[in-house]
Write a protein that binds this ligand. Sequence first.
Ligand SMILES: [Zn+2]
Length: 211
Amino acid sequence: MSNYIQFIPKELLRDIVTRVAAFSLTDYINVKLSCKMLKEVAENSCVEVHIDETDDFINRCLENGNSDALYRLGMVQYFGHDNLDMALKYLNKSGSLDHVGAYYVICIILIYSGDNFMKEGVNFLSTMKLSREYRKRVKFYREHLIRILGLISINNSTVLRRRPICCTKNHKLVTRYALVGVEDDEEDYVFCDACTCDIEMAYIFAVLPPL
Ligand SMILES: [Zn+2]
């Protein structure tokens, strides 16, 4: 098996292992045992949550600077296991190591959480999208989140039942950064922060099962 696996990009393998871990501990262990490369990928993905859901584990990731692992775990905990506390625990730790994907997922969670949390999420996400550099990274992590959502089983009742709306003012969408430069491939920027976030959320709603 390992002969074929070496040709699969590591990033794809990490997504697959994340998916396996979200479904079944036994399968996950089998994956780890099946070959050296998969064991390495599994360990680097830190989907070890199912085995070792402890502060020790988080500390190990922090010590190793493994922010990506904590981010992946946070995603799986929120969307797959509907465990907000664990999700925020992992994502906040990942964010403390400056992982933009963790910031992004925290914003999405805040928006889903409504009221003042939503306001906080809108502020944070729209601020990130003010910078071209961050817009690129937001796009990257949005696409990654969408990929993971396609791989795991979504069990978060809030995500399955709600489609939060950030802007209630019915703004006409006007491109905000139209003059910034043609190479900016994000064209959905509008003058209102909340509208910006509604457009961001629409990408995610599009891949969720219908209400
Ligand atoms: Zn608006």
